[in-house]
Structures are given as structure tokens and as C-alpha cells.
Write a protein that binds this ligand. Sequence first.
Ligand SMILES: [Zn+2]
Length: 67
Amino acid sequence: MKPKCKCKCGEPIAIGRARLGYMTCLPCGDREARKMRWPVVSGHKSSFFVVTNPEDLQQLNPKRVGG
Ligand SMILES: [Zn+2]
């Protein structure tokens, strides 16, 4: 019994995931989830990056310039 849905990468989607409404396989879904879960700090204009090191945050805050 295979799920009908297939991920864009071609991998079949686990039935459990498909039932939950996921349209991606586990690796792709995990990648998307990381994007949402990880803290993202806005840096320069229209650019942002994932902060993996708390020290990066401390460096960012003092640099923050208004306007
Ligand atoms: Zn996939």
C-alpha cells in the first residue's frame, strides 16, 4: 500500500505524512521545517540568514542602526 502522492524530488511520501497533508517526502519536509524552526535574524536590507551561533547574535545587536 503506497501513498499516491510523490514529492517533487520523486520520492514517495510516507502515508502518515500524506495524511497530515504533507506534500513532501521526509528529507524535503525536514529541510522545510528547519527553515521555519531555526531562528532567523534579519540582517542587512532584504537579506537574512540563519543564526547557529549565539555569539553571532551578540555581535549583531550593537551593530543595529536605526533608519
Ligand atoms: Zn522530496
